[in-house]
Ligand binder design. Sequence first.
Ligand code: NCD
Length: 329
Amino acid sequence: MATMTWKRHHVLSLADFMPEEYDTILQTAASFREVLSRRLKKVPTLQGQLVANLFFEPSTRTRSSFELAAKRLSADTLNFTPGTSSLTKGETILDTAKTYLAMGTDMMVIRHQQAGVPEAIAAEMDRIGARVGVLNAGDGQHEHPSQALLDLFTITCILDPEKPRIELLKGKKIAIVGDILHSRVARSNIWSLTASAAEVHLAAPPTLLPQFFAEMGSNRAGKLFLHWLVEPALEDADFVMTLRLQKERMENHLLPSWREYHQRYGITRERLKLCKPNVKVLHPGPVNRGVEIASDLMDDPEFSLISQQVTSGVAVRMALLYLMGSSKA
Ligand code: NCD
C-alpha cells in the first residue's frame, strides 16, 4: 500500500486527493482504531495544541466526533456555538476566526451553511501568515470531506479489516441513493469513490439528481452512472449509501410527498434483494426513519453499517488532525 509524507495543511475538499493520500488516512485511522480499543484510549500526540470547533450550523455527530478525536489526541478543545456568540452582535465570521487565532488555535474545524466559508477562512489564515490548519466539516452543498473519509474507512474495513486501502474498491458497485442535489456528503463521496476503480451509481428523482452530476465522473479512475429509478442502481450493488432528504434546503416542492418518495426510492428489505447477498447499507445520519430507509433495516446489524460509521468517524478524524498537525507543507 502506497503511503506518503503528509503535505496538506488544510483539508477543504477531496476533489484533488490522490490515492496515496487516501491510503495514508486509512492506514493512520487503522492505527488510531487500535488506540481506541485499549483501556486507556488516549495518546499524547497533540498535547499542548488547541483545536477550535467552529460550527455555525447545527450538528450532533460531526461536532462530537471532532471534539472526541481532538481529546483522544490530548489536544485542548474550544467549541463555538453561534446562538450564544458575538455573531449575534454583528461580528463577522473572519473576525470570529481571528479571535480564536489570537487565543492560540492550531487547528480550526469549520462547518457553515454557506459553501466556501472554510476555504475563505483558510485563505485569510494563509494571507496573514498564521500556521493554522483548517478542516472543512461541511459547507453548504459543497463538501464534507471527513464524512466521505469515514465512509471510505468503514467500507474498506469490511473488505479487509486489517489493511483498509483504496484498491479494495476495484470493481465494487456502490449505489448512492437520496437527496443528492443538496448533499455535500454525496459530492465528497463521489470524489473519494471515483478516485478508486469503483463503479458509483447515483439514484434519485430527477428533481434531486440534475444531469450536471455526470461531469464529476470525467477523468476519474472509477466510473460514475446516473439513474432516475432506484432499481438499476441497486442491482448487484456491494454497498448502498442512503442520504437524508434535506428538508431545510428544499425551497420548492421538489417531491410530491415523503410517502411517495419512500414508495419509489426508499431502501427496504425487498429492494435490497436486488443487491449482492452480503450487501451493506450506510447512512451519514441524521436519518428520517421510514423515509429514505425503512426503520427496522436501519437497526439491523446484518445490513446496517450506521453505528460502525459513527465509530469509524472518531479514528478517521484523529487521523486527519494528526496528519494536518504534523504536515510538512
Ligand atoms: C450530513 C451533513 O451534515 O451534511 N450529516 C453529517 O454530517 N453526519 C448529512 C445530513 O445532514 O443529512
